[in-house]
Design a protein around this ligand. Structure first.
Ligand code: T46
Length: 139
């Protein structure tokens, strides 16, 4: 099964243009405690390279595009986010990397928790160990 979980948002469009509404437990499957956005990304730069212990996020590319790669320790999948009507749900223990940002990319992320540096796993070997522990918890 693919690691890519996409949510397609309804677009309310009329002759004035388009509008998308994001609401917790309607099209976002968690309490939204934090919103951040990534923009002005420099050419050739990649971001992420970490996992989270306890965080759900939905990433939406509001403008431009970027590619997100997810890794659950067993497999990797990637997706091009290129539409404000498309949200990528990132949940569970997954290493994530963001690549190929277009110059105009504005990537907004909705998060289920406030910022907490202790929730990050920034070392890939630590991530692999965490996956192993999750799959074979001490009885
Ligand atoms: C993730 C991917 C998709 C804060 O002070 N508050 C925040 O809410 C965030 C997200 C970051 N920061 C600070 C921490 C660092 O000093 O902003 C700086 C850059 O953060 P970081 O290097 O973690 O950014 P990315 O783009 O590598 O990763 C971000 C999120 O941190 C992460 O949770 O899943 O986007």
């Amino acid at each position: 099964m693919s690691l890519i979980k996409l949510i397609t948002f309804d677009v309310h469009g009329d002759d004035r243009g388009s509008l998308i509404a994001l609401e917790q437990y309607q099209n976002i499957p968690f309490d939204i405690k934090r919103i951040y956005y990534i923009f002005d990304t420099k050419p050739g730069v990649a971001r992420g390279f970490h996992a989270h212990k306890n965080l759900q996020q939905v990433a939406v590319c509001l403008k431009g595009q970027c590619r997100i790669m997810l890794d659950d320790g067993q497999r990797t999948d990637d997706v091009l986010l290129d539409s404000p009507a498309k949200g990528l749900l990132i949940d569970g223990l997954k290493w994530r990397e963001m690549h190929d940002f277009s110059e105009d990319c504005v990537l907004m992320v909705l998060a289920s928790e406030v910022y907490d540096e202790s929730d990050y796993i920034r070392d890939y070997d630590d991530f692999k160990r965490a996956v192993k522990n999750e799959n074979s918890p001490v009885k």
